[in-house]
Design a protein. Sequence first.
Length: 113
Amino acid sequence: MNHSNDPLWRLRHALAGVSLALLLSVPAAALLGRWAGDLFGDTYAVRAGVYGALLLYVVVGAVVLFAKVARHETRALSPGRLALWFASLWLWPALLAVGRGGTPPPAGPTGSA
């Protein structure tokens, strides 16, 4: 079977990485929600609110990260790559900030940006 024209096949490493990182983030968000809820109020409502906010944060991060990185991800998924996806999923605002503050875009064919 020829997969060269299939866009999902080209994105398989990124899809697998972001999906597994998101799956691992659900229990991580639950633990963080429990810890923060106990710290800030020790009520179910606080824990559930923190958990919900963390889940929203990582889901938005998964979408943003996939949109920014997916087409460049070509290496096969490994435990180290999965750890990188997981960390990137939780640190996505910092990754966006670093990406914007970098070098200016290269000049176009006419010498202008």
